[in-house]
Design a protein around this ligand. Structure first.
Ligand SMILES: [Zn+2]
Ligand SMILES: [Zn+2]
Length: 268
């Protein structure tokens, strides 16, 4: 049994909880400590039962709550060495023997859960995505990447749930108020996935067993849940799939807890 919940998603903060009922993992801690603790309590999880926190990269919307969280609980932090170094200016209380480092692509265990990391392409020190597997149930999280890396494409195979980036609608971004440099950054190879490209990763995941696509990291200024959903639905239909039947598509709420979502075992 494996289940996930998002506590927040988007440029104002990201935090995802993954649990097999015994081993409880956070992916990123980009909202306030209070919101993380409240979110865990709402999910009936004791914050002291956290087994580890996986960090995707050092941007504030992924590590913002870490300083205060580490004042309250002692929990191992997992990230590439370069990310730990880059976090040092943003996160206090990081004790070296509490940090577990790995190379992107490396696989490791947290209790009974198997964690696999894969490199993403983003303007951070060493951005990664993760898959977490329990028995024949696997979830994947891939956000904050300008392109779908070959490794990400491989990693999402066989996941029952994909938390995947649908950051922006390209016309909305191009015509929006952002300065030209910021637009270029978001659209660039080390930026974020558009709805169109994000949907391609989801289709590939669905073709290899994914039954639930959680659309994540939607931009507040350059996207809407409706535009992301329309892009996903039309891409799935073009690929010959029936959204809602073959695959469930939901939006990770920006500010509130999604509640637990079961990770089904791979359907293939
Ligand atoms: Zn982000
Ligand atoms: Zn980022």
């Amino acid at each position: 049994m494996l289940r996930i919940a998002t506590l927040a998603s988007g440029s104002s903060g990201n935090c995802t909880v993954v649990s097999d009922g015994r081993w409880n993992i956070l992916i990123d801690a980009g909202i306030s400590c209070k919101r993380i603790l409240d979110g865990l309590t709402d999910l009936d999880l004791d914050p002291l039962s956290l087994s580890g926190i996986l960090i995707t990269h050092e941007h504030t919307d992924h590590v913002n709550g870490l300083t205060n969280l580490l004042k309250k609980i002692r929990v191992p932090i997992y990230a590439p060495m370069a990310t730990i170094d880059a976090m040092a200016s943003r996160v206090q209380n990081l004790i070296p023997d509490q940090c577990w480092t790995f190379e992107p692509g490396q696989c490791f265990g947290i209790g009974d859960l198997v964690v696999e990391s894969f490199p993403n392409s983003h303007d951070a020190a060493c951005p990664v995505g993760y898959t977490i597997t329990s028995g024949d149930c696997k979830m994947a999280l891939c956000t904050d990447t300008g392109v779908i890396t070959r490794e990400a494409w491989e990693a999402v195979r066989g996941c029952g749930v994909l938390v995947g980036e649908m950051n922006h609608d390209i016309p909305m971004l191009r015509n929006g108020p952002y300065p030209a440099m910021l637009k270029a950054r978001i659209l660039g190879e080390k930026g974020h996935l558009s709805n169109e490209v994000g949907a391609q990763l989801a289709i590939h995941a669905a073709e290899t067993g994914c039954q639930h696509f959680v659309m994540a990291h939607l931009s507040e200024e350059n996207n809407t849940p409706e535009l992301a959903m329309a892009a996903a639905v039309s891409a799935f239909q073009a690929a010959g799939a029936a959204p809602g039947e073959d695959v469930l598509i939901t939006v990770a709420p920006r500010h509130v807890n999604s509640g637990w979502q079961e990770v089904p075992s791979c359907s293939l």
